[in-house]
Design a protein around this ligand. Structure first.
Ligand code: ADP
Ligand code: GLC
Length: 486
């Protein structure tokens, strides 16, 4: 098969800038496409926090490139830097005016413009270097205007004549809605006819929706989520459009980075372990308890949570059941997360009420995320919706049994434990209700008390293969179908 030229653009790339799974997936996809000898250009913004994390090499012919956006001219520069554990490079778009800010995302008025600039800078870099991409692969709302830009602003350029576009929906909950008064800034004032007229009439532009209209192919990150977003419960207003495009919508479940998340050789955890020798896991559990001043007892099950603290993650189900459970059961809970204030204060309160049993750390801490996966016996993910979810897969790999809601990628990657046959890898519940979660936890605790059954359950999980080696082929097959024959 011929090598493909793939222009992959993302707002987050691990380890440089990450708030969630998008970062892991963009990095892993680039790395694995590169490994299969495709020519990948992975673009992301040069956020303030990237500097110091990577050695940047300015691309000489791409310094202070002027780019017209509406009535303004912006200057951007490109530097490359090495993606860890790969010879693949990342192409950083430097535009201090827009990206040299504290966080990755902002509440600033020009938030939409920031990512429109990223999208266009990636395309203009292709032009300046005369590099004709076979595939432009954009991700989430941030870069979802790329297919439209190709059809309008860049339609004149033969360089893109054979380019096909793929838009991956990692999360339909974020659509990038901005006021229609910004169209000029986005260089789309003259392209109004291409936009969703109902939105325009109401004074809005929706980035993701625009991408759904113009990308040649749409993907999302699990088969179940691909089905769910076509329905009223999970479509978040885009279900009608997605149903119209269902022939071009594909579910490709995420893989996990088996190098970074490998309990055999994870430098971030206090002791290594593997399926046939779990002594290291016990040491990890003890270390985790000690770190947070929790009473350590091998027999007391330790539950872990690592999560963005947002409404998506289903944390509302916890307050009704946790205090009761914690009073009744000799269990431990370690929570790491950042996000909405109300969840942070809840977990703070809970840790204060059960100081020997519950620990909460607010903030983003990659090493601690690894330590929680390694040190916990069970992992809670009661998500309201979950496009794919990576943590349940990390958990399985680290012998931590996931308790998850049967939705999206959670339904596709966790198999229900079946005691009679000794099959399955975790515990699932359906209804978004505290009682349903409680029932799943109860079922898990019953198995916990039977050492043999528990060992089997853990082994089943650790034997799962969620590698990217396999998943990347699905993307390559899709790209290959899209590219027109020469
Ligand atoms: P989402 O992308 O919706 O947040 P995923 O499960 O796909 O959910 O990915 C979350 C990723 O972010 C995982 O790699 C997880 O370990 C990481 N993560 C989430 N919150 C934190 C945090 N507070 N500290 C460190 N890592 C986190
Ligand atoms: C999103 C989803 C998550 C998914 C991740 C990577 O943030 O919430 O379920 O795993 O993207 O695709």
């Amino acid at each position: 098969m011929d090598s493909l030229k793939i222009c992959l653009v993302s707002a987050e790339v691990a380890p440089f800038a990450k708030t969630g799974g998008l970062a892991d997936v963009s990095a892993a996809l680039a790395r694995h496409l590169h490994k299969k000898r495709h020519d990948v250009r992975l673009f992301m913004p040069l956020y303030r926090k990237v500097k110091g994390q990577v050695e940047l090499e300015p691309v000489p012919e791409l310094q202070d490139v002027p780019m017209r956006m509406g009535e303004r001219t912006y200057w951007f520069s490109i530097s490359t830097g090495k993606l860890p554990r790969s010879t693949q490079k990342v192409w950083f778009v430097r535009c201090p005016e827009l990206f040299d800010r504290e966080g990755i995302y902002t509440q600033d008025a020009d938030e939409a413009l920031r990512f429109a600039l990223l999208s266009r800078a990636a395309l203009e870099t292709c032009q300046w270097t005369q590099w004709a991409p076979d595939i432009v692969h954009c991700n989430d709302w941030h870069t979802a205007l790329m297919p439209l830009y190709l059809r309008t602003v860049y339609a004149w350029d033969k360089l893109f004549a054979r380019t096909r576009t793929v838009l991956t929906i990692h999360n339909i909950g974020y659509q990038g809605v901005t006021g229609a008064d910004r169209l000029k800034d986005l260089a789309l004032e003259n392209e109004r006819r291409f936009l969703y007229q109902e939105d325009l009439n109401e004074g809005r532009v929706n980035f993701l929706k625009t991408g759904l209209l113009y990308a040649h192919a749409l993907t999302t990150v699990s088969k179940t989520y691909a089905r769910e977003i076509q329905g009223d419960e999970h479509g978040m207003g885009l279900q009608g459009l997605l149903r119209q495009r269902s022939d071009s919508l594909f579910g490709i479940v995420n893989g996990i980075d088996g190098e970074e998340w490998n309990p055999r050789k994870d430098p971030l955890i206090p002791a290594a372990f593997h399926a046939r020798d779990l002594r290291g896991k016990e040491a990890c559990k003890q270390a985790l308890c000690e770190r947070f001043g929790l009473a350590f007892d091998v027999r007391a099950p330790l539950f872990g949570i690592v999560s963005r603290l947002t409404v998506q993650k289903g944390l509302e189900l916890l307050p009704d059941i946790l205090p009761v459970l914690l009073r009744r059961e000799d269990m431990r809970l370690v929570v790491l997360g950042s996000g909405d204030e109300r969840y942070e204060s809840y977990f703070k309160w809970l840790a204060g009420a059960f100081p020997k049993k519950v620990a909460f750390q607010a903030g983003f801490d990659n090493a601690l995320a690894h330590q929680i996966e390694a040190g916990s016996d069970l992992f809670l993910m009661p998500s309201r919706y979950e496009p794919c979810g990576l943590n349940q897969m990390y958990s399985l790999r680290y012998g931590s049994v996931p308790i998850v809601r049967r939705t999206g990628g959670l339904a596709d990657t966790v198999q229900p434990w079946d005691g009679a046959n000794g099959t399955g890898t975790g515990f699932l519940f359906d209804e978004f209700k505290p009682e349903a979660l409680q029932d799943a936890i109860q079922r898990a605790l019953e198995v916990w008390r039977h050492e043999g059954a528990w060992a089997r359950l853990v082994q089943n999980g650790m034997a799962q293969d969620f590698s990217w080696e396999r998943q990347v082929d699905e993307y390559i097959a899709l790209y290959t179908r899209l590219v027109p024959p020469r």
